[in-house]
Design a protein around this ligand. Structure first.
Ligand code: HEC
Ligand code: HEC
Length: 353
């Protein structure tokens, strides 16, 4: 008897990759006995990206249709900015995927901001907000753009004063929060947060495939999923149904002054330097721009970056490893990313009070 060969841990994946559309029988040397095992592995893997049922709302701020309607009006209302011309939706524009399509946002007085506007979508499941996670809830986050001098440049007092002066806001606040005197800073942020929690990506072809419809995505995208969860190592960070671990990593991009999460760590701690929040890959804008500062203009540039593995420095995530990828694999990976795209839900603009 010959030596017993060590079984590679990812043997099932090797089979899956060479089989393309998971037709394992086309793989030379793949033992039939492993077929069901690899299918089981694949099913388990798909499970890890399955959509949850329903949307979580915190007990301290439960969802009601009235609160959502109020939050929506506030989200689209430019009265929340000092100039009276900028609303949340100016930067988080529903027709641009709840973002602005710019490498970096444009703030008060048209001044460029250092970071890109992230889409406000699928955030009900989030744990920390902003690229550096400095807001621990959507309620806390909502104050930040309103009061930031370079964004909406307001004070919460002035917001409340302005809203109180608009007669038709009173019944909206009353219906959402009950009682008189409901126009408060706290309720403004609670309504904004509740509205944003209702913004959820629709079902994508990937979801139909993950729940058993083999014809929902092409063979190329299936190979792309194998790469994404296999040798390309993407799923180490782009995990869960939202394709983000909601954590912070330095992926070795060109660094400027922005330390990201590192700003909150003592200077001796390097790990969080240049670390930013992993963005969700659902409904990714295929035309970019990408990253916290929009420094990568195309998906090809993003893939080039990952293939090279990023700039080597103390804070570089240990999950960043260079790997090889040929032209077909590149196309497969992009085909997979496209299957995370859902039909954009029609959104009716609110009638402002
Ligand atoms: C001038 C453009 C602009 C305006 C106006 C604006 N935002 Fe943003 N938004 C941004 C940028 C840029 C970031 C990233 C900021 C950072 O990471 O420091 C952001 C981040 C966020 C996030 C965090 C998303 C995540 O994935 O962590 C939420 C939520 C959000 N904005 C909601 C709002 C709400 C609510 C309003 C209105 C009250 C608003 N924004 C107004 C540009 C804008
Ligand atoms: C070490 C964790 C990690 C790994 C591994 C990883 N990513 Fe990322 N990804 C991130 C983080 C963090 C960002 C945001 C970085 C920033 O802006 O500074 C990001 C950003 C992106 C973006 C830009 C999204 C946007 O909205 O700007 C894409 C696309 C992307 N990753 C795809 C991939 C693919 C494909 C792979 C595998 C080849 C991969 N990632 C591997 C953590 C990771």
């Amino acid at each position: 008897m010959g030596p017993i060969l060590p079984v590679p841990v990812l043997v099932a994946w090797a089979i899956v990759v060479c089989g393309g559309a998971y037709a394992v029988t086309t793989c030379s040397g793949a033992a039939t006995a492993t077929v069901s095992a690899s299918q089981q592995d694949l099913d388990a893997l798909k499970q890890r990206f399955r959509r949850p049922e329903g949307v979580p709302h915190p007990k301290a701020n439960p969802m009601t249709p009235e609160k959502v309607a109020l939050g929506k009006a506030l989200f689209f209302d430019p009265r929340l900015s000092r100039s009276g011309s900028v609303s949340c939706a100016t930067c988080h524009n529903p027709s641009l995927g709840w973002s602005d399509g710019l490498p970096q946002a444009v703030g008060f007085g048209m001044a460029p901001l250092p970071r890109r506007t992230p889409p406000v979508r699928n955030l009900a499941w989030g744990a920390a907000f902003q690229w550096d996670g400095r807001a621990d809830s959507l309620e806390a986050q909502a104050r930040m753009p309103i009061t930031a001098p370079d964004e909406m440049n307001m004070s919460m007092d002035l917001v409340v004063e302005r809203l109180q002066a608009v007669q038709d806001y009173a019944p909206l606040f009353r219906d959402a929060f009950g009682g008189e005197g409901a126009i408060t800073a706290r309720n403004v942020t609670m309504a904004l947060a509740t509205f944003q929690r209702t913004l959820v990506s629709g079902e994508a072809p990937f979801d139909r495939w993950a729940s058993g419809d083999e014809s929902a995505i092409g063979a190329d995208a299936k190979r792309g999923f194998a790469l994404f969860t296999g040798k390309a190592g993407c799923a180490a960070c782009h995990s869960t149904w939202r394709f983000t671990d909601d954590s912070f990593h330095d992926i070795g991009l060109k660094a400027g002054d922005d330390l990201g999460r590192g700003k909150f760590a003592p200077p001796s701690v390097t790990a969080m330097r240049y670390a930013f929040k992993t963005p969700s890959l659902r409904d990714l804008r295929m035309q970019g721009p990408y990253m916290h500062d929009g420094q990568l203009g195309s998906l090809n540039a993003v893939l080039d970056h990952y293939v090279k593995g990023g700039e080597t420095r103390a804070s570089l995530s240990f999950e960043m490893k260079p790997f090889e990828m040929d032209e077909r694999e590149r196309r497969d990976l992009v085909a997979f990313l496209k299957t995370l795209k859902s039909e954009p839900a029609a959104i009716t603009l609110p009638q402002l009070p």
